[in-house]
Design a protein around this ligand. Sequence first.
Ligand SMILES: NC(=O)c1ccc[n+]([C@@H]2O[C@H](COP(=O)([O-])OP(=O)(O)OC[C@H]3O[C@@H](n4cnc5c(N)ncnc54)[C@H](O)[C@@H]3O)[C@@H](O)[C@H]2O)c1
Length: 366
Amino acid sequence: MAKDPNNVTEMARQSRPIDITDPYDPGWVEGKIILITGGASGFGEGFFNKWADHGANVIIGDISDAQGEALVEGARKRTGNKNHHYIHCDVTSWESQVKFFREAVRLSPTGGIDAVVANAGISDGPPMFDEVPSNLDSLEIPPAPPYRCLQVNLIGVMYTAQLAMFYLARNPTPTKAAENASLQPKPNTRDRHLLLVGSIASLGPIPGQVQYCASKHAVLGLFRSLRSSSFLNGIRINMVLPYFIDTPLIPTSGRLILAGGGFGKPEDVVDAGTRLMADTRIVGRALAIGPKIRVDEDWQLLDPDSTRGTESAVWETHAEDFVEVEVFTRRFIGALNQLERVRGWYGFALDCLVAFGYPLRRLLGR
Ligand SMILES: NC(=O)c1ccc[n+]([C@@H]2O[C@H](COP(=O)([O-])OP(=O)(O)OC[C@H]3O[C@@H](n4cnc5c(N)ncnc54)[C@H](O)[C@@H]3O)[C@@H](O)[C@H]2O)c1
């Protein structure tokens, strides 16, 4: 059949929508050299452990030095692989990220980098964007706002993506994503993969989290524009968009605001990211991750024990054009609201209890 010259999907080598029920082998990551920013905690820690355990060589860049070093030491002992490393990296500093990438190349057993995960992120902290200063009357001019969240979540991610473009394109003996699409992945093959970490805040608003939302919308914009040209350098780009997930990113106040809804599980995010990392046939796709729900074809929530519909915690967002994104968002949020209604007051009270107990759980390291 003749190729459609106007088909952007084809031109950008975007792969077909992901069937989450398709099996994949996490062992396909074996031998890859993978860099993770913000790899010392939460999803980054989950990715690190899973990929290290499946034979990848993983290098973490973070500002939590003690945590990152302990993690690497544990994985080296567990796997016997000395090619896992921790390197101090503050993603808000270009120099710090350049040092991270250069050092990673120096330490890499192949001399190259196969994959980069732009994962480091923080939530919006005080003063909030729309907060009016208490000393308003005495102020002549508004104080300069501290844009820490934008610095980490947007500028930091842009730096990481920029450096990924530079170093992935130099990876020796690569298999170009474009030529790779129909091949069954296997371990110990070179790759050029950038995995972006967005959020459900990339698709919809979170009241009060203005900087966070703006930064995560921007990461989606980065994904959507970059994936349409990165194939020129044989680089494949994918993205995960987690809903609220139980990691240290969500403080007690956030947990209380979310009480009664449904939290997602870090292991589902790690599983979705591992599929994208391991299966080199996946190009230009985005997976949203939330609490496991069963929905019918109209995204109406079904009983978890129902034999109808689809049950999953991971959903392809089809974030390929504006219309699809909007339709997906409406359905997904609708299903989550239904979940909240089903869980009712009991769910709300239970989550409040768990949220108040959260500092204690952290203190006890559980
Ligand atoms: N947890 C959620 O509900 C959720 C939902 C959607 C998206 N996300 C995104 O997932 C990513 C990981 O978050 P998490 O939930 O695992 O949180 P986390 O707090 O457990 O991990 C974030 C990591 O980033 C590191 N970091 C922070 N500032 C940094 C900097 N300047 N330079 C380098 N590293 C830095 C932290 O030290 C930490 O190790 C973030 O981008 C976050 O926005 C999280």
